[in-house]
Design a protein around this ligand. Sequence first.
Ligand code: CU
Length: 663
Amino acid sequence: MFFCLSMLTEWFAASTKVGDTRVSAMMMFVGNNEKVYIIDKAEGNAEQIKLGVPDIASNIATLMDIKTNTYGDFDGTKSIRILNPCTNADDMSSPECQWFDDPSVLSMQRHRWYSAAEPLGDGRIVIIGGFANGGYVNRGSPDDPDRGFEGNASEPTFEWYPPTGETPQLMQFMFDTSGLNAYAHTYLMKSGKMFLQAYLKTILWDPDTNTETPLPDMPDGIVRVYPASGAVAMLPLTPSNNWNPTILFCGGNDMDNEAWGNYSWPFINTWEKPASSSCHRITPEPEDGSSPTYTQDDSMLESRTMGQFIILPTGKLLVVNGGLNGTAGYANQTLLTESFSDMPFGMSLASGPVGTPAEYDPNAASGSRWSNQGFSSTQIARLYHSSAILLPDASVMIAGSNPSVDVNLTTVFPTTYKAEIFYPSYFSASTRPTPSGIPKTLSYGGSSFDITVPSSSYSGLSNNAAENTHVSVVRPGWTTHAMNMGQRYLQLNNTYTVNSDGSIVLHVSQMPPIPNIFQPGPAMVFVVVNGIPSNGTFVIVGSGNIETQPTADVQELPPKVQADESVSGSADGSTTGAGNGNGTGMGTGTGSSEDPNAGVTISASRNRPNEDSHLPPQTQTRTFGRFRHSLPLAPVTHPSSSLGDPYSRFSLLVWRPKHTPGF
Ligand SMILES: [Cu+2]
């Protein structure tokens, strides 16, 4: 059976420079505690992959291929690819650890480039919309009379994974937003309805009946889907908000309808148009009976297009990457700048890369939610085709950027193959919590469990530490195109018993018995003490199968028991309060004193359309340093091709956990 991290990938036909084929991080996901998978546009030939050995040590990257179809058909826009993330204990070259990619067995019914994908509470995935061919925006002209289908260049329908065999049905919302609905924002709500946002429209969609409930338009004419590419995330689901989703939208661009142009290019010089800095929240299903409405939130510290939210284990949100002006995508010209030689940033439609992350505290008082105090900046422009994801050690991996159709190392914002890791403030703590007792699976409701935090995990008074501890379940999702599809954060209910030796026993509830608020599949569990997170532990949420998830009554938790007031933790005193300290470690910064990234392997995948899928995978290793060092993957050259990612293709990737029966 399958799990439901879904994603889109795209690949490229290209040739490689002798000796330095690499992949860049257009897409990434964390497979398990050991491995990050990176996927990029890939080369059309089957040259040998050659990797240099970097000068920094301790971690290993494995290059693995996506086996593409063997039909000589390079079109991956209908592909569904399945991966079983393996660990170092497995044979990475074994079939079980390789991509499954066989269109004779599994593919979508329609071509869907930049479509959306969102699982339901039973793990089934709905795949929504998409371009048939690609382009800057999904329309031939701003006033196209065939708006909706665009001469079959737009695919305003949805279909399912696992496949049902049913003909894809029209989704009216995708018809209505055609033009600006690539990578529509989709979030399953508590009720089982799905929140969808694209162009300026917002709906709740009932997957059972394919009916739509209109919600208010996005305020101020701000577009937040690709290529405006706002930073969008579901805020942490917590006991205090009754795990009811609120969606946060920040940045994007409020260009006029006309300015968004057509498949080929925008009608204005986007790099001159400031992106939005504003933020809006909406709670699509208010539990107080009020009508859902967008409310203005604190503006970001700067405008951003292609900003990307990473939800940290602490429940704060980091925004990274992006630019001050313009949009995602690339072009050889605009309507106003007809010659490529006059394009000031080459093919990039964005300018002003923002190198400094910022942190958003959803629980801070209005007016004080944003901060970047003490955060270092990267010198690497992270514009179109960048990515970022939370790692199991609670750092954030940042990579990619290639705002050109080909690899271009000499343009203003060149292709980069360097990854970085940003270490949030809590890395200044000298001690991280080391909880024990985290289960391997979490059920929806049922019996509580205990997690023990030893006194060596924290400093200061034990009773205070216990009160300042929470358990978070984090799904980092799949990152591509400034999005983290599937990213969710849920805080479990807990009480505690503080022992006289300073150890803290957390009594923790299972997931709330509502699969819709955190769909089944893999996730990481963090224990956060005084703002300092443990490392993440991978768990499987739910039954492990695509099926109606079993739910059970929630066992009542025992009351809190505190210890004598003098009892305290035994860790170095610098842990307490370190969560409010400096941000560190971007680029060549100082990072933490310990190698925080030890044990994480970066697996990079690329499609190799010509390759015989029966060949053994190309697997080489390289060391990978703690990410004050970047990962210096060398450049790839692509043959020149025309506008709008014409060779870019996507597929649906489904993450199948190990050791589960099925496919
Ligand atoms: Cu793209």
